[in-house]
Design a protein around this ligand. Structure first.
Ligand SMILES: Nc1ncnc2c1ncn2[C@@H]1O[C@H](COP(=O)(O)OP(=O)(O)OP(=O)(O)O)[C@@H](O)[C@H]1O
Length: 328
């Protein structure tokens, strides 16, 4: 399809063990090869956000580093708008905006403008175009008033927006955002995410984002790629993930604690895990089992139930299930 921007096909990255002679000097070294990415397939289209989720060591950073040309793949391909991230790194750099996770990449004693000027020059942007672009990107991230401010004096939220402005400098087709809200307080993080969503819509960017904050991923209404030790555990949208893995919690409210205990015993006898709290009993039915099926097995106890409530599974638990069942 023509609107495919980022495409990974069988992407593999193998880090070789540290050579024996180097182990003497290296602070840490590896004695065995590590497969950071193991045959990853992914497509991100323009106007789409894909969240990369995974525990430490899942391979998120390795994937990002390949896409921005900081390291090369050992197998498969990574392309952006048809350009190969390894072979055509020059072209890829002009159409990919990279927002690293930390402020370390900013010059703290320089102003916002100076940081962007330096970055643009390193990217080979012509001086005229760079001046216009700096004004535009600072306005886009609401930092026009901080154009001449020294970075050290900016808040964490402002610095994050400056890192985003820097990623936008080349006028990219794709954005790669590594933990963009990492050090930012929740209110500023919300502002940053809203800004990112608006940008995606307006400029039809394809975005890859990594975040350990799952509530943010839900708010972004993004696609999700769940990874573990270099392998893909799930790839698709969050609604399909819910349809496939959802096990809503059911709460039964009864007239008195004695009946609540009787109902809980019945559920436990059915092999379900049930928790009693005064007159309420909570349980999670088996996968794909509707609440009606549980009720039909309760017999005469059904008439003692005052209310039934269904609570959707939090995204955190949903994802944990994918990982746990994958292990099994
Ligand atoms: N330069 C490197 N040399 C050797 N091994 C590496 C290198 N970079 C990463 N690894 C290993 O590759 C695996 C994947 O690491 P990567 O940093 O890509 O994962 P991650 O999902 O970004 O983790 P984190 O959330 O901790 O940053 C890990 O086992 C890591 O130790």
């Amino acid at each position: 399809m023509t609107d495919e921007v980022i495409r990974l096909q069988g992407l593999t990255k193998l880090y070789e063990p540290t050579p024996r002679w180097m182990r003497v000097f290296a602070r840490s070294h590896m004695t065995k090869p590590v497969k950071a990415l193991d045959g990853v397939d992914l497509t991100v289209r323009s106007g789409e956000i894909c969240a990369i989720v995974g525990p430490n060591g899942a391979g998120k950073t390795s994937m990002f580093r390949i896409l921005v040309g900081l390291t090369t793949a050992t197998g498969g391909t990574a392309t952006v708008h048809g350009f190969d991230a390894g072979r055509d790194s020059e072209q890829v750099r002009q159409i990919v905006g990279w927002m690293p996770s930390e402020d370390r990449s900013l010059l703290m004693r320089a102003t916002s403008k100076e940081n962007l000027q330096l970055h643009g020059r390193l990217q080979g942007m012509p001086r005229r175009e760079l001046t216009d672009r700096i004004g535009y990107v600072l306005e886009t991230v609401n930092l026009t008033a901080q154009t001449e401010s020294v970075v050290a004096g900016l808040s964490a939220g402002m610095r994050a927006r400056l890192r985003l402005a820097r990623a936008l400098l080349p006028g990219p087709r794709a954005l790669i955002l590594d933990e963009p809200t990492g050090a930012v307080d929740p209110i500023a993080a919300h502002g940053l995410l809203t800004l990112i969503m608006d940008l995606v819509k307006q400029e039809q960017l394809a975005v890859l984002i990594s975040s350990h904050r799952l509530e943010e991923i839900e708010a972004l209404q993004s696609q999700a790629l769940l990874m573990d030790r270099g392998r893909v555990k799930y790839s698709g949208d969050l609604d399909s993930l819910r349809r496939e893995w959802e096990r809503p919690e059911i709460e039964f409210v009864l007239a008195d604690p004695a009946t609540a205990h009787a109902l809980a015993e019945n559920l436990i006898a059915q092999g379900l895990h049930a928790v009693v709290e005064e007159t309420s009993v909570r349980c999670r039915p088996n996968p794909n089992e509707p609440v009606g099926a549980v009720l039909s097995r309760l017999g005469p106890l059904t008439s003692d139930i005052r209310h039934v409530r269904e609570t959707p599974m939090p995204l955190r638990d949903l994802i944990a299930q994918v990982y746990e069942r994958g292990e099994a």
